[in-house]
Design a protein around this ligand. Structure first.
Ligand code: PRX
Length: 635
C-alpha cells in the first residue's frame, strides 16, 4: 500500500500532474488542453478545453462491460416498492426523460428545478439534465413553499420536475399544492411542470403547463438522445445552501472537475470498486445525495441504492430497525454512507439487529454532515465490526475535505476526529482576528482552505461572483483564503477536530439550516416585534432550533396565550420553510441581548441555552436581557 502522506504531498506540490492523472479516470470526448487555469483567483478552472458529459460517464460508458448489471436499486419502505434498473434500463429511462424535457423546450444551459421525493424518476431527471446539458437545481423535498419559491425565483427554471407526493413514516405529504403555491409566490413562472404520479395524492393539473412524466415517457419510449459534449467548465448544477443571510446561495458546480473529483474519490477515499453496491442513506436534495447517491457510484460503475423511508421501518411497513442491514445483506453492499443522527436513531433499537444479517460484504461505514460523537462512533463500530470513517465536507466542497483515504492507506482513525486533509485540499487553521496561521497543536481557530481549490469545489455562487468572493474569501484579514466557517483544531499527529460553526448556520439532524431564514419566517407573524433563533445541542439531532421572541403586544402572552402564539409560530415556520426548520421551543422575552451597535448576540444566547459561559460580554448593551433568558431557562 502507498503512503498517504506521499500521495497528499504530490497532490499539493505537483498538483497539475496529480490531477492530470486523476482525469484519466473518466471519459473525455476531447481531452483537456490545460489542467488548471488559476489566473483569476480565487476562481479555479479545471481541465480547460476538455469536453465531457456526466451522464455519459455515469451510464453510457458502462453499457458494454456491465449493461445488464444493476445500476439503480430503488427501495421504498414508505410504499413497499422495490425495483432495480440495470445500466441498460437506466440508459433507456434517462433518454425518455431527456426527450420529454427537450419536448418541453429545455435547452442546453437552461435550468430545471427538481422538487421530488426519493424515487427513481428523480434520478432519471437529474441524469437527463446532465445528458442534454441542462442545469439541474434539486430542492430538498422537505422544504415548503416559501423556501421553494425563493429558489424558483433565483434559478429561473424553464421546467420544474416534481411529483404528487412524498411520504415520511407512513404520512403522505402532498407536494403538488406546495409547488403550486410556490409558483404563485415566485415572480418567475416555469414554462412547464413535469409530474411523477405515484398515486399517493390527487393532483389538479394546470392545463397547458402541467404534464405527467408517464405520458411523455410513453410518447418518447424509444427515444435516442445523445449526450451533449460540454466544456469541462460548463455548469452541471446548482444546489442551494444556507448561510449568514436569509437569502440562500446557489452553489454552482462545473462538469469536468466534478466528474474527476468524484471518480477519484471512489477508489481513493471509499475504496469502492466497479460491480459492487454502494448504499448512501442521504437525500438527493442534499449535496451528499448528488455526489454519493447519484453521480459518484454510477461513475465508478457501481450499483447505487436509492432509499425512501425511515431507518426503522420494513418493506412491509411494519416497524423494523434492521431494514438497512437487511439491504446490506441482500444487495451485498460494500460501502455504506450515512449520518450520525441516523446512527443515533438506530442506537435506540435492539442491538441484536446488528447481528441478525450477514454483513460480511460491508467494508466500511462513512458518516458525514455533522460531528460524530465518540459514544455513537464506538457503538456502531463495535456493532458492525467494520471501520467507521467520519468525513468532513460541505455543500461548497462537493466531496470530502477531511477524512481518511481508505483506498490509499488504511490509516487508523481517531474517535472525534474526521481525520486528515484530503489530497488537493490545502487546509489551514487561522487565528480569527489576526489571520495568522496557528501551527501549535490544539490551538483553536477557523478552518480555511488556501487556493487554488481542487476539482469538484464550487465554481461560484449562481449569478453572483461578487457574493462568492466576498462571502467566502474575504473573511480573514489580509489574506485571500476560503473560510469554511467552522472552528477547528489540529492535534500533534495532524488530525483535525471540528468544533462547530463560526456563523449563524445550524445543523439539525445533519441538515444545514440558516437561523436568519427561520427568523425571517417568524418575524412575519403579526405579533412578533423581534426574534433571535439559535441552535441548541440536542442528544438525538445534534442541534435543534430554539426561538426567542419579543411579542409586539405582550398582553395575553402568558399561560394559554403564550402556548397559542408558540403554536402559531411553529406552524408558520413549518408552512414556509418545512418541518425540519420548525423550532423545538419558542420562548417569549421582553428584550434580546445585543451589542451597542444593535447586533444580536446569538452566540451568547446559545451559550446560555447550553448552560455554558456566555463569554466576553463587554460589548453587550443591556446585560439584564441575557440574565432574564438565564432565569427563564432555569428548570
Ligand atoms: O459545520 C460543518 C458540518 O456541516 C457543514 C456542512 O454542511 P453541508 O453544507 O450540509 O454539507 C454536508 C456535507 C457532508 C460543515 O461546515 N459538518 C459536515 N461534516 C462534518 C461536520 N461537522 C463535523 N464533522 C463532520 N464530519
Amino acid at each position: 500500500m502507498r503512503s498517504y502522506s506521499d500521495f497528499y504531498r504530490r497532490s499539493v506540490d505537483d498538483s497539475e500532474a496529480f490531477w492530470a492523472e486523476q482525469a484519466r479516470l473518466i471519459d473525455w470526448q476531447t481531452p483537456p488542453e490545460q489542467i488548471l487555469d488559476a489566473s483569476r483567483p480565487p476562481f479555479a478552472r479545471w481541465f480547460v478545453g476538455g469536453t465531457t458529459n456526466l451522464c455519459h460517464n455515469a451510464i453510457d460508458r458502462h453499457l458494454d462491460a456491465r449493461g445488464d448489471q444493476p445500476a439503480l436499486i430503488c427501495v421504498s419502505t414508505e410504499t413497499g416498492l422495490e425495483r432495480s434498473y440495470s445500466f441498460r434500463e437506466l440508459h433507456a429511462e434517462v433518454q425518455r426523460t431527456a426527450a420529454s424535457l427537450l419536448a418541453l423546450g429545455v435547452k442546453r444551459g437552461d435550468r430545471v428545478l427538481i422538487y421530488m421525493p426519493m424515487i427513481a424518476e428523480a434520478t432519471f431527471a437529474m441524469l437527463a439534465c446532465a445528458r442534454i446539458g441542462a442545469v439541474h437545481c434539486v430542492v430538498f423535498g422537505g422544504f415548503a413553499s416559501g423556501s421553494l419559491a425563493s429558489r424558483i425565483e433565483d434559478a429561473e427554471p424553464t421546467v420544474i420536475v416534481s411529483a404528487d407526493a412524498g411520504s415520511r413514516g407512513g404520512k403522505v405529504l402532498a407536494y403538488k399544492p406546495l409547488l403550486d403555491e410556490a409558483i404563485r409566490l415566485s415572480k418567475h413562472k416555469p414554462a412547464a411542470v413535469l409530474l411523477a404520479d405515484r398515486g399517493l395524492a390527487a393532483m389538479d393539473l394546470v392545463a397547458g403547463r402541467d404534464h405527467l412524466m408517464r405520458d411523455l415517457a410513453t410518447q418518447h419510449r424509444d427515444a435516442l438522445v445523445p449526450c451533449a459534449w460540454l466544456e469541462s467548465t460548463e455548469i452541471s448544477y446548482t444546489i442551494y445552501t444556507s448561510g449568514t443571510t436569509g437569502k440562500p446561495k446557489g452553489v454552482q458546480r462545473d462538469t469536468g472537475g466534478y466528474a474527476v473529483a468524484l471518480a477519484a474519490s471512489m477508489p481513493h477515499i471509499f475504496d469502492a470498486r466497479a460491480g459492487e453496491t454502494y448504499f448512501c442513506t442521504s437525500d438527493i436534495g442534499w449535496v451528499v445525495g448528488h455526489s454519493y447517491i447519484v453521480y459518484g457510484p454510477l461513475i465508478a460503475g457501481m450499483a447505487t441504492i436509492l432509499y425512501e423511508g425511515l431507518p426503522t421501518q420494513g418493506l412491509d411497513r411494519q416497524p423494523d430497525g434492521g431494514i438497512w442491514w437487511q439491504l446490506v445483506e441482500k444487495y451485498k453492499v460494500t460501502v455504506m454512507f450515512s449520518a450520525p443522527t441516523a446512527v443515533r436513531v438506530l442506537k435506540k433499537q435492539d442491538p441484536a439487529l446488528l447481528k441478525k444479517y450477514d454483513l460480511s460484504s460491508l467494508r466500511a461505514l462513512f458518516l458525514a454532515g455533522e460531528p460524530l460523537d465518540e459514544p455513537t462512533g464506538r457503538w456502531i463500530g463495535e456493532g458492525l465490526g467494520v471501520p467507521i470513517i467520519d468525513n468532513y465536507w460541505q455543500t461548497e466542497s462537493g466531496w470530502p475535505i477531511i477524512t481518511i483515504a481508505n483506498g490509499v492507506e488504511k490509516k487508523p482513525g481517531k474517535l472525534g476526529s474526521p481525520g486528515v486533509p484530503m489530497y488537493g485540499w490545502r487546509v489551514k487553521i487561522l487565528d480569527e482576528s489576526t489571520g495568522e496561521e496557528l501551527t501549535t497543536p490544539n490551538e483553536k481557530g477557523v478552518v480555511v482552505i488556501e487556493g487554488p481549490t481542487p476539482p469538484g469545489f464550487m465554481q461560484t455562487i449562481w449569478r453572483d461572483d461578487a457574493r462568492f468572493v466576498n462571502t467566502y474569501w474575504k473573511t480573514v484579514p489580509g489574506k485571500m483564503v476560503y473560510s469554511t466557517f467552522d472552528w477547528g483544531i489540529r492535534d500533534a499527529d495532524g488530525y483535525f477536530f471540528i468544533l462547530g460553526r463560526t456563523d449563524d448556520v445550524i445543523n439539525v439532524a445533519g441538515h444545514r439550516l440558516g437561523t436568519r431564514e427561520i427568523e425571517e419566517a417568524i418575524s412575519g407573524h403579526g405579533n412578533v416585534a423581534e426574534v433571535a433563533v439559535v441552535g441548541v445541542a440536542d442528544a438525538l439531532k445534534g442541534q435543534v432550533a430554539v426561538a426567542f421572541v419579543v411579542p409586539r403586544n405582550a398582553d395575553g402572552v402568558d399561560g394559554a396565550g403564550a402556548l397559542a402564539l408558540e403554536g402559531q409560530i411553529m406552524q408558520r415556520v413549518a408552512e414556509q420553510l418545512g418541518a425540519l426548520a420548525r423550532p423545538a421551543r419558542v420562548h417569549f422575552v421582553t428584550g434580546l441581548p445585543k451589542t451597542r451597535s444593535g447586533k444580536l448576540l446569538r452566540r451568547a444566547i446559545q451559550a446560555v441555552c447550553e448552560g455554558r459561559d456566555a463569554g466576553d460580554l463587554t460589548t453587550i448593551d443591556d446585560p439584564a436581557t441575557l440574565q432574564r433568558i438565564r432565569q427563564l431557562l432555569r428548570p
